[in-house]
Design a protein around this ligand. Structure first.
Ligand code: NDP
Ligand code: OXD
Length: 320
């Protein structure tokens, strides 16, 4: 039986979690972990598989025999912009635990704003006991989700359980029984009804800078929350942070929850840190579970070697 191809890892997860997750993963295969200094100048020929997150730009030119590139995350913008990317299938990470984690974060943020938690946090800081008026119910609020892929669809169902009215927007219109959906051409109509906008879009040429001043101004005003709220866990490159700051300041937006930023980590100088109506998390909405990632990669390699089709392959023309 021919030797099984090794697997290259070029990941940014903390080393102990990778070492732990490798126990029992990829039986019979050698692992070449690029975080290991010994592997810095190593000959990578003969290796068919690489699992990467923001890969070293020279990796692909050194690993000439690659057959598949696996993304260490659900998004692939960090791979598609890598230097000298070979024309190979890129498989993204789709996983129950990642999806559940994202929906938890999205529901949490929608509830935070529905229940006016940023204002209560200020009151708590000031030791002020004061019940705020206007506490609408979830059913009075429309959450508009931009991106109805794996993550967007799951968030829809979990927001519905909480009672929110949900609508969704995607490039191609989706038939979803429980909600009203819109395609690209229906963007304005979608925004006009949206009280809380949730961004779950990949970063592509078409979505870069999409959350800008014009878009914020089209969201519904005077709904149950008074002013619209912006929530983004897709990619920071889709938001224009200068516009976002102005919109939050001048009342075009009533608040925001942000997990992703134009530049990460978010600079200590960013005025967003100091805004009471902004909730910030450090790109932590849905971290990839390394064990689950290796399981998913091993499954896809098995499929390929059995002669079956790979799943979750990125469409290089659309960029996601
Ligand atoms: P999918 O590829 O499953 O879904 C993407 C969705 O976006 C699809 O509905 C797609 O439309 C839509 N879309 C893409 N481009 C456009 C466009 N130009 N106009 C309108 N709709 C568009 O991705 P996932 O749901 O798995 O993940 C979404 C993103 O979430 C990832 O790409 C990643 O950037 C981000 N992410 C962030 C994490 C975090 O921790 N913050 C963790 C994991 C992911 P259509 O259905 O028509 O193709
Ligand atoms: C991802 C991410 O794309 O963590 O999976 O952002």
């Amino acid at each position: 039986m021919p030797a099984l191809s090794p697997v290259i890892l070029d990941l940014k997860f903390p080393r102990p979690s990778v070492v732990q997750a490798l126990k029992g993963a990829f039986p019979g295969r050698k692992i070449i972990d690029m975080a290991d200094h010994e592997n810095a100048g190593r000959d990578l020929s003969g290796v068919n598989y690489a699992v990467v997150w923001k890969p070293n730009p020279t990796l692909f030119s050194r690993a000439k025999d690659l057959k598949v590139i696996f993304s260490g995350g659900a998004g692939v913008d960090h791979i598609l912009t890598a230097y000298e990317l070979p024309d190979l299938p890129i498989v993204r990470f789709v996983d129950r635990s990642l999806t559940d984690r994202m929906s938890e974060w999205v529901v949490l943020q929608c509830l935070m704003h529905l229940r006016r938690m940023p204002e209560y946090a200020v009151q708590q800081r000031d030791r002020l006991w004061h019940e705020l008026e206007n506490q609408p119910e979830a059913r009075d609020v429309t959450v508009g989700i931009m991106g109805l892929g794996v993550l967007g669809k799951d968030a829809v169902s979990k927001l519905r359980v909480m009672g929110f009215n949900v609508i969704g927007w995607s490039r191609r219109r989706k038939n979803m029984r429980s909600i009203q959906t819109y395609d690209e051409s229906g963007l304005n109509e979608f925004l006009r009804q949206t009280d809380i906008l949730v961004g779950l879009l990949p970063l592509t040429d078409n979505t870069r800078g999409i959350y800008n001043r014009d878009l914020f101004a089209k969201l519904r005003r005077g709904g149950a929350l008074g002013k619209p709220i912006f929530i983004n866990a897709g990619r920071g490159g889709s938001q224009v942070e200068g516009d976002l700051f102005v919109a939050l300041k001048d009342g075009t937006l009533g608040g925001a929850s942000l997990d992703v930023f134009e530049v990460e980590p978010l600079s200590g100088d960013s005025p967003l840190w100091r805004m009471d109506n902004v909730v910030i998390t450090p790109h932590a909405a849905a971290a990839s579970d390394v064990k689950a990632l290796f399981r998913h990669v091993a499954e896809q390699i098995d499929r390929l070697e059995r002669g079956e089709k790979l799943q979750h392959v990125v469409d290089r023309t659309t960029g996601y």
